[in-house]
Design a protein around this ligand. Sequence first.
Ligand code: CO
Length: 156
Amino acid sequence: MIPGETLAGLGIGATDIDHVGIAVRDLDAAVRHYRMVLGAEPVHRETIESDGVDEALFAVGGSFVQLLAPTGPDTPVGRFLERRGEGVHHVGYRVRDVAGALEHLREHGVQLADQHPRRGSRGTTVAFAHPKGFAGVLVELVEEGSATEALGEDEQ
Ligand code: CO
């Protein structure tokens, strides 16, 4: 096996890094700083109430840097900031099929945070895997667009 060679069809089928999520305390301040260091405007901004986060996305090539601020202290990102401070919160892998990727991880005993795909920002479909399965880093699987129609009513 050559390092970096893919075992076609055997993994989560990641096609790219979709985004790197960075937890910050003050989103506006972090956006001003990232505008300066990256020399670019954010391409997207959204509040995801169900996840308790405000996010801003900067495009870098075909991937994003996602700045995440909690909507309150008793949220996953709020608790992360309390425990670990600002920094890398998760890595988002772009996949063709979130449901299939999730099933692959489940079959191989990788601990999941989400049992089913759900709605993410920008109209994506996402699911989180537990940090234990990825060397201590929370992992998000991200599928572009339309699969949201396949999600059940309880996912609304
Ligand atoms: Co994310």
